[in-house]
Design a protein around this ligand. Structure first.
Ligand SMILES: *Cc1c(COP(=O)(O)O)cnc(C)c1O
Length: 386
């Protein structure tokens, strides 16, 4: 092993190594857009949508301005608003909870499984029954999050939503490329929201997102809503919409990156397998559900407690190894959501797993361009802090 390989700096995410592979193609595509002036709704957007749909094996992909707007447009299309309960995990990124509130609906926080960090089905069933019993809100939608890239149990979530007449929305912002029973995420729920934030499994160089669906009527609504609710012509406003488009330059960047994605997913799985092999027995390593393939958007382990976590993070930092905490606080403890949490279920049970996991979780560097020597350095540093 040369000195150079042992000292290669380690970052949590790496967009430079990837960019070096495709820079000429990016420059060529951006130059073409600058020449054409088709900055909004140009041909790159349509091409990108077609390629995304093909990759995920769904009928329709609608490009939008971010993952957050993907969630919002999908909920607006269902008419979700005041009086509606939207069930979502308490342990996720803030955007999942923010959107129902922006639309006047009420988020009902559901606990997660310690083994996998996704929505706990038994707790979901319990809270649906409690919302019905309290009788103030209408159970309207479930947002399942494929946290860290690990698919939620979509066959069971779909079954619950179908039985209850609820909308099933997949927040796959961290999970594009993940699969269940050989079928990619994208067609498992009524609609699937993607984010192309730069550090996601497929990221652009700014903000971007998409909504995937097999339902043609929904796709048409999404296209209208992202363009101010326009009707058959640009001058007819059929519904209240928003400015939620994916721009042409971001679509062009996604088109350059998409051909790398399959190999990158394999490399993410290689990184995860290396971590699992080295760290099992030292910390709790992530598991995969039977028949599921994680996209490994992030790789997080569980430490015994918050104190050990601080110690481990300090030891890693001292050895030049970054780490991060997703997420240090469950959403029902966030000041912005605490009132909504109390309102959603007045007699709701506690959310012990979300609270515990926030204290113990730690994310390690995860990107496709980490080599074996770097992975061993991450593992050695982590173990040295225990
Ligand atoms: C990143 C993310 C979002 C939001 O995506 P943006 O493109 O940043 O708006 C939503 N949900 C989850 C789980 C995310 O990780």
């Amino acid at each position: 092993m040369t000195a150079e390989t042992t000292t290669r700096p380690i970052s949590l995410f790496d967009m430079k190594a990837q960019q070096a592979l495709i820079r000429p193609e990016i420059d060529r595509r951006i130059a073409a857009i600058l020449d054409s002036g088709a900055f909004i709704n140009g041909p790159d957007v349509r091409e990108c949508e077609a390629k995304l749909a093909e990759f995920a094996g769904v009928a329709h992909a609608v490009g939008v301005s971010s993952g957050t707007d993907a969630l919002q447009i999908a909920m607006m299309a269902e008419g979700i608003g005041a009086g509606d309960a939207v069930f979502l995990p308490a342990f996720t990124y803030t955007a999942t909870a923010e959107v129902p509130l922006v639309l006047g609906a009420t988020p009902v926080f559901v606990d997660v499984e310690e083994n996998g960090f996704n929505i706990d089905l038994a707790d979901l069933e319990n809270r649906i029954a409690l919302v019905k019993a309290e009788g103030r809100l209408r159970p309207r939608a479930v947002v399942g999050v494929d946290l860290f890239g690990r698919p939620a149990d979509w066959p069971k979530l779909q079954e619950i939503c179908a039985r209850e007449g609820m909308f099933a929305l997949d927040d796959a912002a961290q999970a594009f490329g993940g699969a269940l029973h050989g079928k990619k995420l994208g067609g498992w729920a009524d609609a699937t929201a993607l984010s192309f934030y730069p550090t996601k499994t497929l990221g652009c160089y700014g903000d971007g997102g998409a909504i995937l669906t097999n339902d043609a009527a929904r796709a048409e609504l999404y296209r209208s809503l992202r363009t101010h609710g326009e009707g058959k012509t640009r001058y007819e406003v059929e519904r209240t919409g928003m400015n939620g488009r994916l721009d042409s330059i971001q679509a062009a960047i996604l088109l350059c990156k998409l051909p790398l994605l399959e190999q990158e997913l394999k490399d993410r799985a290689r990184v995860a397998a290396h971590y699992n092999r080295r760290l099992a027995g030292h910390v709790v390593v992530p598991t995969e559900m039977e028949g599921a393939q994680s996209a490994w958007g992030l790789y997080s382990v569980l430490l015994p407690d918050a104190e050990t976590r601080s110690k481990v993070q300090a030891a890693m930092q001292a050895q030049g190894v970054p780490s991060a905490i997703y997420y240090p606080k469950p959403l029902h403890h966030q000041p912005a959501y605490a009132a909504a949490h109390r309102e959603g279920l007045r007699q709701g049970p506690p959310l012990p797993v979300s609270e515990q996991v926030s204290q113990r979780i730690l994310a390690l560097p995860m990107h496709p361009y980490l080599d074996e020597a770097q992975l061993d350095r991450v593992c050695d540093a982590l173990i040295s802090g225990l």
